[in-house]
Design a protein around this ligand. Structure first.
Ligand code: GDP
Length: 309
């Protein structure tokens, strides 16, 4: 991810090296190249516009000071603006004062929600928490089993409708009506409270495209369990569609943070660079592979440094 963007940005900035003084024309030419690099990486147009505007204003108004030469100064500005569009500060999970903390996962099918549930559980467990997973994706065949496998790998319990329960009716031994993910979510959180788990991670169903019924289902789950955090899981490979998907989830369900998945892929990375600005919500975690350990807290400054190489 970001390799070609990284090359292009560095190429644009290289032209400034060795210049003793930068004219406005130098800055304009560099900004034109940065703009093209960002657009080619599928960064959303309004985000590109604002980014370039800030760089121009700051670079042209930059005082010559300290040890930095003009080129270094522009690089510093680009770096700071990149950190800015990626969210500035690292944003940590906010935990409930009265446990359990409820974390709900939402996103399109295939975005990596179920995998993330395991990653997050493993991460929280390593921090001394006692997490529990709740399987509310009753839409996709095999999703419950997949969560159970992920839970086993992470060494955490999974609250799920009994495998023998037919979807569409009947109660299972835990008293869950399999057809109703809202009940599963509610019962899962109640179970966590009784059994003293301090974090509950609720996996929800997703479709390949935006789907009103599922959006409503996610909103109903949200209302039933009142999550402390709702994380929108976004496949960083999806390119320009990321913005409309993020907006649809912001409107339909609402979310407190974003998790970018598949950052190990070779897509152009525009989703990663647009989503914070477009939704106003912080990117909180990054997923970089299929294994549970391919996961970390998202640090805007480290990501910016990686992009600028
Ligand atoms: P869900 O439908 O949203 O629950 O998505 P899944 O968790 O089932 O993930 C869909 C596919 O993407 C699976 O094959 C995962 O192994 C894979 N996957 C999830 N996260 C990542 C990631 O960060 N990198 C890569 N390369 N694959 C991932």
């Amino acid at each position: 991810m970001f390799d070609s963007l990284s090359d292009r940005l560095n190429g644009a900035l290289k032209g400034l090296r060795g210049k003793g003084r930068l004219t406005d024309a130098d800055i304009d030419a560099t900004c034109r190249e940065i703009r093209l690099a960002l657009l080619e990486a599928d960064v959303a147009l309004p985000v590109v516009r604002e980014f370039i505007k800030q760089i121009k204003v700051r670079a042209k108004g930059a005082e010559v000071h300290g040890a930095l030469n003009p080129a270094q100064q522009v690089i510093k500005i680009v770096n700071e603006e990149l950190v800015g569009i990626l969210g500035g500060e690292t944003r940590r999970l906010s935990l409930a004062k009265n446990p359990p903390t409820v974390i709900m996962l939402a996103g399109l099918q295939g975005s990596g929600k179920t995998t993330l549930a395991g990653k997050l559980a493993k991460y929280l467990k390593a921090q001394g928490h006692a997490p529990m997973l709740v399987a509310c994706d009753l839409q996709r065949p095999g999703a419950v089993t997949q969560l159970q496998i992920v839970g086993e790998k992470a060494g955490v319990n999974v609250f799920a409708p009994h495998p023998g329960t037919s979807i569409g009716g009947g109660a299972n031994p835990l008293g869950i009506t399999a057809s109703d993910p809202v009940n599963v979510a509610r019962d899962g959180v109640a179970e966590a409270r009784t059994k003293q788990y301090d974090v509950v991670i609720v996996d929800t169903a997703g479709r390949l495209g935006i789907d009103e019924e599922l959006m409503e289902q996610a909103a109903n789950i949200r209302d039933a369990v009142q999550p402390d955090e709702t994380l929108f899981v976004l496949d960083a490979m999806v390119g320009q569609d990321a913005v409309s998907t993020a907006n649809a989830f912001a409107e339909g369900v609402g979310f407190t943070g974003v998790v970018l998945t598949k950052l190990d892929g070779d897509a152009r990375g525009g989703a990663a660079l647009s989503v914070r600005e477009v939704t106003g919500r912080p990117i909180m975690f990054a997923s970089t592979g299929e294994k549970l350990e391919d996961f970390d807290v998202f640090h805007p400054d480290r990501m910016a440094s990686r992009i600028l190489g």
